[in-house]
Design a protein around this ligand. Structure first.
Ligand SMILES: Nc1ncnc2c1ncn2[C@@H]1O[C@H](COP(=O)(O)OP(=O)(O)OP(=O)(O)O)[C@@H](O)[C@H]1O
Ligand SMILES: [Mg+2]
Length: 351
């Protein structure tokens, strides 16, 4: 809004001053010519000629003025185009191999990471998740849980010398991005849906899936029944111009996507926002179903999620403070126990 306001101000100034200058020509010619005509300095023919020719002169000037605005728009559009063209494509090692036959063992080895120069978000994180096991990350907001999850699919690239992340014992930097991402399914903290139909949004998980597979995924994600209540079913448009889905429905839709994708490795970043109990149960069921047989890294904000985990890691200020099973951590009588009892008080949610 601020930018538009400035643009219109500038345009108003520019257009009104140029209009003033061009119009003032006519006024001067009319008055001066009138005076000259009155004192017989020029003939009536001269007078008319002047009026016609000044307008002949002004019209290309006006064209030029209008062109200026178009020109400015074009230049700024072109600049934005150049900015996009200048973005570096994601880096992949020239000799990167494809990750095949994924088993799903995950290792974080001495991983440190900073988004911006100087401020480290993760410090020397070590994690090991066995094939098919479930590790829950818990901890206060801003601790670095989401960051940890986003490093696994190589969304952010680890610097050389700041540790390594391995899938089945292979450094993800030596693997092709495509093959790594194909083997990982993510349910994000903030679900991102595209403008389009519900079908489009589920099929995004695996574009070559059949209609039956898509419906099967929706059923397993507990969203099929809801979709059937809509007039257009799977062809219902969502987003600004279509139906607005609730937080819980969006999450189930994104779970359906991952069911369709059927990856070996799963990243679940639970939403912090509270949902009503019925929705929560629906999502919990879908999520549990999704985890079966997959290596899972889950950011847990809910008690029920922690209960199902094989191991729990407490992430505080970018470091893992405590790690172990629920019983082990409770016996430690440390941060986890505090977080755990806090959670009970605060209605099943951290923070
Ligand atoms: N894209 C980014 N650019 C710069 N800094 C970021 C970015 N994303 C997160 N951070 C910073 O990294 C730190 C860890 O953030 P992260 O999102 O990993 O926390 P979190 O543990 O997932 O928190 P929550 O429980 O609230 O989701 C925070 O201090 C945050 O400000
Ligand atoms: Mg987060």
């Amino acid at each position: 809004m601020d930018a538009s306001r400035k643009t219109y101000h500038a345009m108003a100034r520019f257009l009104s001053s140029t209009a003033f200058v061009t119009d003032v020509f006519n006024v001067i010619i009319l008055i001066a010519g009138g005076l000259f005509l009155y004192s017989d300095k020029i003939t009536f023919g001269d007078y008319s000629t002047f009026i016609v020719s000044v307008n002949l002169f002004i019209s290309p000037v006006n064209t030029l003025i209008n062109f200026m605005e178009q020109f400015q728009n074009g230049v700024s559009g072109f600049k934005r185009f150049l900015e996009i063209m200048d973005v570096q494509p994601e880096y992949e090692q020239p000799n990167a191999r494809a990750l095949t036959d994924v088993k799903g063992q995950i290792d974080f080895k001495n991983v440190s990471y900073s988004y911006d120069e100087g401020r480290e978000v993760l410090h020397n994180v070590n994690l090991h998740i066995e094939q098919g096991k479930k590790l829950a990350l818990v901890g206060p907001s801003g601790g670095g849980k989401t960051t940890l999850c986003h490093l696994l699919p190589n969304f952010y690239r680890l610097e050389d010398g700041s540790g390594s992340i391995e899938i089945d014992g292979q450094d993800i930097r030596s693997l092709t991005l495509d093959s790594v991402r194909r083997s990982i399914g993510i349910v994000q903290q903030d679900v991102f849906l595209f403008v389009g139909t519900i079908r489009d949004n589920i099929m995004y998980g695996r574009p070559d899936a059949t209609e039956a597979e898509m419906i099967e995924a929706a059923k397993r994600a507990n969203i099929h029944d809801y979709v059937m209540t809509l007039e257009n079913g799977y062809d219902t448009e969502i987003g600004e111009r279509g139906v607005k889905l609730s937080g819980g429905q969006k999450q189930r839709l994104s779970i359906a996507r991952v069911f369709l994708k059927d990856p070996r490795i799963l990243i679940l970043d639970e939403a912090t926002s509270a949902l009503d109990n019925t929705t929560e149960v629906l999502i919990q069921h879908a999520r549990d179903e999704l985890c079966k047989g997959r290596t899972t890294l889950v950011v847990a904000h809910r008690l029920s999620t922690i209960r199902n985990a094989d191991e729990i890691a407490v992430v505080i200020n970018g470091a893992i403070r405590e790690q172990g099973t629920h019983e082990e951590l409770m016996a430690l009588d440390g941060t986890y126990k505090k977080l755990y009892s806090l959670q009970f008080r605060e209605n099943d949610i951290f923070e």
